[in-house]
Design a protein. Structure first.
Length: 153
C-alpha cells in the first residue's frame, strides 16, 4: 500500500467480531495504525497517546482504528485495561498486515522472526491513503501529537 492507493473495503473484524468496513466511515478520515502486540510497552504508549488525544483527532475529522495480529480476546482485554475509545482489528489471518505491506521479518537481540512493522496510514474521506508514517518516524508516546501536527500543516 502506498500514497494514492485505495484502502480495501473490508478492513477486518474488531474485538467484538464485527466487520469493520471502509464504507462505514464514508465522509470521515481514518487514522489506521498497525502495531506489533497488545500490552507491550511501546504499543501501550502508542494506544494511550491516541486515546488521550482522541477527541482532538475526531474534531479534526479523523476516526482511529488500531490493527494487530492479536485475537479478539486479547484486544478486548487491552481496550478494557486502558479504556481505549476506538476499535481494534483482530487481523489473526494477517490479511490486512500483508495487504498494507507491514508484515515481514524483524530482528531483536539477534533473533529473527516475522512481525508487524509499526506503521500508520492516514486515509481520506474517499478511502485513499494520503500519508504513511513509517516505523522509524513513529514516537509511540507522542504519536497522536505527531499525527495532529501532520494534519494541521
Amino acid at each position: 500500500m502506498k500514497v494514492g492507493d485505495k484502502a480495501p473495503e473490508l478492513l477486518g473484524v474488531n474485538e467484538n467480531g464485527e466487520e469493520i468496513r471502509l464504507s462505514a466511515y464514508k465522509g470521515r478520515k481514518i487514522v489506521l495504525y498497525f502495531y506489533p502486540k497488545d500490552n507491550t510497552s511501546g504499543c501501550t504508549a502508542e494506544a494511550c497517546s491516541l486515546r488521550d488525544s482522541y477527541a482532538e483527532l475526531r474534531d479534526a475529522g479523523y476516526e482511529v482504528i488500531g490493527v494487530s495480529v492479536d485475537d479478539e480476546k486479547s484486544h478486548t482485554k487491552f481496550i478494557e485495561k486502558y479504556q481505549l475509545p476506538f476499535p481494534l482489528i483482530a487481523d489473526t489471518d494477517k490479511k490486512l498486515v500483508e495487504a498494507f505491506g507491514v508484515w515481514g521479518e524483524k530482528s531483536m537481540y539477534g533473533r529473527k522472526y516475522m512481525g508487524t512493522f509499526r506503521t500508520t496510514f492516514l486515509i481520506n474521506e474517499e478511502g485513499i491513503v494520503e500519508r504513511i508514517i513509517a516505523p522509524k518516524e513513529i514516537k509511540t508516546k507522542e504519536h497522536a501529537a505527531q499525527i495532529l501536527k501532520l494534519i494541521h500543516n
